[in-house]
Every structure is written in structure tokens, then in C-alpha cells.
Write a protein that binds this ligand. Structure first.
Ligand code: FMN
Length: 142
């Protein structure tokens, strides 16, 4: 979600006055681009995440994908050190934002790379998923 040199964002939503579907976040415009929808997105997302059920059941699921070249041309091999830091910081901010609205987030790194890339219609080479996090109402408020 850092536009030019960082990860891009996708999200799957089924609760926030948007049609269920996959949207791409356009950081420079701070807008969402509807990409596509298809039946059974939530269970398919969950299945691609080794059947972690909660992953598809959040109000919204954020997926971060990376296009490594966008960082490599500038930072060379160091890009591979910086990219995961970048995504980690972004996800941490999502935790903070979720907390601020009384919601919960859960970082997820356990997923089937090929299955999730295919589900999001990414080629898996130039661009691939690196991290995701469902966000939703807490079952119990703290
Ligand atoms: C890099 C990373 C990957 C994670 N992957 C998963 C995951 O695939 N599934 C999951 O349930 N939690 C995952 N977590 C969330 C941790 O399990 C969670 O942060 C931990 O259980 C502590 O949660 P709590 O402090 O909210 O109790 C991941 C956390 C991090 C930082």
C-alpha cells in the first residue's frame, strides 16, 4: 500500500456497504478500484489459508501484495531486507487503526502461496501476496 516502491493492497469485503468482491487500493488517489467478484470468495480465501476459518469471515480482509522490482530498481538486493519490514509496519498500523475503532485484526502469514495468488489473479512472479489480515468486530470487547 505504499504505491511506488512498496506493497500494493487488495481487500476482500463483505460487510462495509460495498459489494462483496476483490478491490485494489489505489494509494495515490486514496480510492478503491473494484477488480472482480466471484461466488464463495470467503470460503475460498479460508481454504487458501489452510482452512483458517476466521480469515474469510472478517468484515474485511486486507491482502498485501508486492511487486519486488519496484523496490529492487532503487535499493538492489537490500530490497529483500526492506520489503518485509515495510509490510510489517503497514500491518502494525492496521492493528492500531482497528483498535481505534474497537475492531480486531489478526496478521496471517500461513497461506498457500500459489492458491492465494491465483485467487487474487496475481501472476505469482512479478506480483505476489506477502501478508494478509482480516479485520472485524471483536467477539468480546476488551
Ligand atoms: C508474521 C505473523 C504471522 C502470523 N500468522 C498467523 C496465522 O497465519 N494465523 C493466525 O491465526 N495468526 C497468525 N499470526 C497472529 C499471531 O498468532 C498473534 O499475533 C498471536 O497469536 C498473538 O495474538 P494476541 O496478542 O492478539 O493474543 C501471525 C502474526 C505475525 C506477526
Amino acid at each position: 500500500m505504499h504505491g511506488v516502491c512498496g506493497p500494493c493492497g487488495f481487500f476482500h469485503s463483505n460487510h462495509i456497504n460495498l459489494e462483496e468482491g476483490i478491490y485494489r487500493y489505489l494509494p495515490l488517489e486514496h480510492r478503491l478500484l473494484f477488480e472482480f467478484t466471484e461466488p464463495d470468495l470467503a470460503p475460498r480465501i479460508s481454504k487458501a489459508c489452510f482452512r483458517q476459518r476466521f480469515v474469510g469471515e472478517g468484515a474485511v480482509t486486507f491482502f498485501w501484495s508486492v511487486i519486488p522490482y519496484r523496490m529492487e530498481w532503487r535499493y538492489g538486493p537490500a530490497a529483500h531486507r526492506v520489503l518485509p519490514m515495510d509490510v510489517g509496519h503497514v500491518c502494525q498500523n492496521l492493528y492500531l487503526s482497528a483498535e481505534a475503532i474497537g475492531a480486531g485484526a489478526c496478521a496471517v502469514a500461513a497461506y498457500d502461496q500459489e492458491a492465494l495468488d491465483a485467487l487474487l489473479r496475481l501472476d505469482g512472479e512479478e506480483e505476489f501476496v506477502i501478508y494478509l489480515a482480516p479485520v472485524g468486530k471483536r467477539a468480546v470487547s476488551l
